[in-house]
Design a protein around this ligand. Sequence first.
Ligand SMILES: *[C@@H]1O[C@H](CO)[C@@H](O)[C@H](O)[C@H]1NC(C)=O
Length: 329
Amino acid sequence: MQNYSEVMREYVENHGTALIVAFAAGASVLALRRWLAGGVCRSKARLDGKTVLITGANTGIGKETALDMAKRGARVILACRDMTRAHIAADEIRQQSGNGNVVVKKLDLSSLQSVRDLAKDVEANEDRLDILINNAGVMMCPKWTTEDGFEMQFGVNHLGHFLLTNCLLDLLKKSAPSRIVIVSSLAHERGRIHFDDINLDKDYDRQISYRQSKLANVLFCRELATRLEGTGVTTYSLHPGVIRTELGRHFFPTIALWKRIIFMPFYYMIKSPWEGAQTTIYCAVDESLENTSGLYYSDCAPKTPAPQALDDAAAKKLWDVSASMVGLA
Ligand SMILES: *[C@@H]1O[C@H](CO)[C@@H](O)[C@H](O)[C@H]1NC(C)=O
């Protein structure tokens, strides 16, 4: 009877070529994956005594970002819709970071009332706010509407954060130098702002709507930087990389099964949440960005966004439209 090592040796002799091919394929996948992962935030900046608020922080890159902020010593506020999942995430972050100063607050970005309630709570109960990270987002959902009747992706990804940011500006200014980080996406490059039909009532398309909301993020960051000049509050928008988080929950199920099977290997090559969080972390803490505001970043480096994202007249118009939609005018 053969023992185990003999079986193994025989197997290697008979299948040597196949093993080499498999090994080479594995190594190339890992190399490609590293290449795709792009930049890593190398800043060692500490955040002791500072407060960070991050939206949608109970999963994916938001949770990774929150964990990083906690490890740097910040008081971290997770502003989330699902309180059960948020409390579980907060427990994990406290354990993994050894920082007990992680709290959960209720925020539903699809409700202006919820946004105002959270902002009021923060204003009343927090001494300071050093970093606001607008991370939460919905992607490629069907035609849904927010509590206030806005199309869901524009309503949550842009309008909810627009109101939240404006409501927290006084506290951010008081805590200056402070930062506002807005998670956008490469998808903005194919977007445009449909000023004549901003809720896409005439012809809803989940991709067109997503791209519009992500372009709105970059334009908002730009206009906000102009308005905050001289206050010590700086703004940053970014592309986090393609990330296999639950953002895909409305996208993956929409494609055919055979495509899902073909895409499986790629699924494992795209960025993990840790890798995906790096550019957000970089914008939030990197010392080299302290005097920079209003720009767009990808892979932990500045990147020129699409031409329509550099249109200052559109940025201003979008501000006015948004202000009137959320009742800030
Ligand atoms: C930012 O500006 C201040 C004041 O001018 C300067 O001391 C500091 O070195 C600048 N930081 C960077 C990273 O350029």
